[in-house]
Design a protein around this ligand. Structure first.
Ligand code: NAD
Length: 342
């Protein structure tokens, strides 16, 4: 029997999760929710999802010709698992509802860590989420850092990490965020919340991050320095990263590219849905090893990088499989991860 999943909040992350869940052989989408009858509600219906809304809004939606399948409570009641993709901080307010209806829930990185029993990244702590009631998939930047750390940690002993996060100012659809003409210290103190967030998954890691926000919507970019316990070779690092399930190594020389704009263009040219790049992109030419120190630059498509981990989280909490490798294989096969890359 397939696990019935509903998605509360059909915005940037929720709509991608709904698509990804509907492509998994062991899951089905019960429906998605909206609180405002805007274009995303019309999109949900046209994409074939059942739409659930707050009880007092049903008429408002139906007066615009948007077919409503029921209330958000109805949606949650008919599901085995809720994925909460409401705006940051809103998920916590829904927790009582999920609890009262006896449903396990997956929250997003905009929620505080204490909303859940565990903060989650498949490569780093899949086992900790097995059978849990409440799991939080960490944010896009944290997921990216954990992908590279989790991949390297399997083969090399990490002593210390320092990363500079160059963060996109807004998502493409957002018209009220910025900056549009500044580099903003985000925040003007060290560490930024990213290091703290990484430690919600790997508490013993020695990591510091600094973040700035810049006027772009396409992707974030990180400059990462990792110090290991022993010297290592560049070729070993490249081999490990190449093999890692959700990482693409991009050789600037080979492809003649050196920007997030060109990455997005390739995703468009390859007809990737919404030009999404759920893989972490590591710029191969930037990988530099000196003794026991590694420096690399990586780019992160903030709108889609957390989607595979949300799918994995459903398998972990329902124990569809206890094996993270098998889980990632099923998720990635059905999302076409890495297969599209040129
Ligand atoms: P969004 O604003 O694009 O989408 C939120 C959706 O929830 C919208 O459809 C909105 O109408 C709906 N909504 C608002 N209030 C609601 C309510 N009370 N009940 C039900 N639905 C409601 O936001 P997003 O970017 O998709 O972010 C969702 C979560 O994912 C946040 O925790 C965020 O921090 C996290 N996240 C965002 C990104 C990103 O880059 N956008 C990346 C990783 C994680």
């Amino acid at each position: 029997m397939r696990v019935r999943v509903c998605i509360n909040g059909f915005g940037t992350i929720g709509k991608r999760i709904a698509d990804a869940i509907s492509r998994q052989p062991d899951m089905e989408v019960v429906g998605v929710s909206k609180t405002r009858p805007n274009y995303e509600a019309f999109v949900a219906i046209r994409r074939g999802f059942k739409l659930y809304v707050p009880k007092d809004k049903i008429l408002e939606f139906e007066n615009l010709g948007i077919k409503v399948a029921g209330t958000i409570e109805d949606m949650v009641s008919s599901s085995d698992v809720v994925i909460d993709a409401t705006p940051a901080g809103t998920g916590a307010k829904y927790k009582d509802l999920y609890k009262s209806l006896g449903k396990p829930a997956i929250f997003q990185g905009g929620e505080k860590a204490d909303v859940a029993d565990v903060s989650f990244n498949t490569l780093c702590n899949y086992d900790k989420a097995l059978g849990k009631r409440y799991v939080r998939v960490v944010s896009c930047n944290t997921t990216a850092l954990l992908r590279v750390i989790g991949s390297l940690k399997r083969y090399f002993r990490i002593r210390k990490i320092f990363a500079v996060i160059v963060r996109r100012g807004a998502d493409p659809k957002e018209i009220k965020r910025g900056p549009i003409n500044a580099i903003v210290l985000d925040p003007p103190k060290v560490p930024s919340h990213h290091a703290i967030d990484v430690k919600t998954v790997l508490p013993d890691l020695d990591i510091t991050t600094v973040a700035v926000a810049v006027p772009t919507t396409l992707m974030h970019t990180h400059i990462v320095r990792i110090e290991f316990e022993e010297p290592l070779s560049r070729s070993d690092v490249v081999r490990v990263l190449e093999k890692s399930p959700r990482i693409i190594l991009v050789n600037s020389d080979r492809y003649g590219i050196r920007s997030t704009a060109e990455l997005a263009e390739i995703a468009r040219d390859m007809s990737r849905s919404r030009y999404d790049i759920p893989e972490l992109v590591i710029w191969e030419d930037s990988i530099t090893v000196t003794g026991s120190e590694l420096i690399l630059v990586q780019s992160v498509h903030q709108e889609s990088i957390v989607i595979p981990e949300n799918v994995d989280a459903v398998r972990a909490i329902t124990r569809l499989t206890d094996n993270p490798e098998e889980c990632m294989r099923i998720t990635d096969e059905n999302l076409g991860i890495k297969r599209w890359w040129i």
